[in-house]
Write a protein that binds this ligand. Structure first.
Ligand SMILES: [Zn+2]
Length: 147
């Protein structure tokens, strides 16, 4: 039944960051993460996670979600946006490394720090992103649940 297929694609939580995390990424995160990390130190961690995710998805032939593209005005497969600091925090909570209360406190702290320093979801200054942002990926699939 084609209608069911369409419904399923439309309802697909493409931006659901936890779905985009492969178990190996969380293992790697657990090895590299510590409670004493500064927000600056989360940026290379995010970049490493994005790199690892790209590698694992390629190895496994995982396709990106099909979404409406504002550049082409049509639906096609999208690359996932880079792993965000917020997504890292939720992954840490899921692994049991942060409690619910710690996650909430860090989430608030990160949001304040981010807006104060005008950073993107990965903790980099927005101006540095402009050159890299000229791609076919949506602004950031992973930050759809943010703000
Ligand atoms: Zn496009």
């Amino acid at each position: 039944m084609p209608s069911l297929v369409v419904l399923r694609i439309d309802n697909m939580p493409a931006g659901n960051s936890t779905r985009a995390w492969q178990p190996e990424m969380v293992d790697e995160l657990e090895k590299r993460w510590s409670r004493t990390l500064s927000w600056e130190e989360y940026s290379p961690l995010c970049e490493r996670m994005t790199e690892l995710r790209t590698q694992l998805r390629r190895e496994r032939g995982v396709k990106g979600p099909r979404m409406f593209c504002r550049h082409c005005n049509e639906v096609h497969e999208m690359e996932l946006g880079p792993v965000t600091i917020r997504s890292v925090l939720f992954a840490l909570k899921k692994r049991g490394l942060l409690t619910e209360a710690e996650l909430n406190a860090m989430d608030v702290e990160w949001r304040r720090y981010r807006s104060k320093h005008r950073l993107d979801g990965g903790g980099r200054r927005r101006v540095e992103q402009i050159a890299a942002a000229n791609s076919h990926s949506p602004s950031s699939l992973e930050s759809r649940d943010e703000n």
